[in-house]
Design a protein around this ligand. Structure first.
Ligand code: AMP
Length: 202
């Protein structure tokens, strides 16, 4: 039987609260950046939400790849596309959605430092306590004993598709039962119908 991760579905309201919490910590530390670098793809929305709260106009991206399909690490993390703009002399905040092994954010920070910024710090919305890299700021810490696969709103359909496929069931009710029992994810049946419509057209 395939492996299924325990899942926690993050709502937009929770994401908003996490963005508030991280922005609050950055401002309380008196460390407002002038440039934000968001890791693609998970750190893009967090980067944008922080840029809004911190009034940062310059947002760059950096592409890091680590985890393959949902909850399956694809080996070593690597930076496959560097920072999209110059950071020399700037105060930079590098942002991701979650630090799990922490390898992606650690590598991204190294890459940003090569561009000789005046300062480079890191933030993630969620931080799992076993991560070997601890960001300067995070919104919430998840104890390692409570490891969970977080279904972020920006990864919802991708996670649903890959877990539904892993369930190897044709009947949607069976897929729902597997996701509920194995992942703790109570998927509304309309979402499986919607997924089937998306999948048929791409
Ligand atoms: P990592 O290098 O292990 O810290 O994680 C790299 C990326 O994989 C993160 O930015 C997330 O997009 C994704 N990821 C890793 N672990 C999780 C998790 N437990 N839940 C959701 N996404 C995750």
């Amino acid at each position: 039987m395939a492996d299924f991760p325990h899942c926690r579905v993050a709502t937009w309201a929770e994401i908003d609260r996490l963005a508030d919490a991280v922005a609050e910590k950055v401002l309380s530390a008196g460390r407002r950046p002038e440039t934000i670098v968001g890791l693609t793809r998970g750190g893009w929305v967090p980067a944008r939400l922080l840029a809004d709260r911190l009034a940062v106009k310059r947002v760059y991206s950096l592409r890091a790849q680590h985890w393959g399909v949902t909850a399956t690490p694809s080996g070593k993390a690597e930076v496959t596309e560097g920072v999209s703009g110059p950071v020399e002399g700037q105060r930079v905040l590098v942002v991701d959605d979650i630090t799990d092994t922490g390898e992606s954010l650690e590598l991204a920070l190294e890459r940003v430092r090569e561009g000789r910024p005046a300062r480079a710090e890191t933030a993630s919305f969620l931080h799992i306590s076993h991560s070997k890299f601890r960001p300067n700021y995070f919104g919430e810490e998840i104890p390692k004993e409570s490891w969970v696969w977080v279904v972020f709103p920006w990864n919802y359909w991708e996670d649903l598709a890959s877990l539904a496929e892993r369930a190897r069931a044709v009947d949607p009710d069976h897929v729902r039962a597997v996701l509920r029992d194995r992942c703790g994810w109570d998927v509304p049946s309309e979402h499986l119908e919607e997924l089937a419509r998306w999948s048929a057209r791409r």
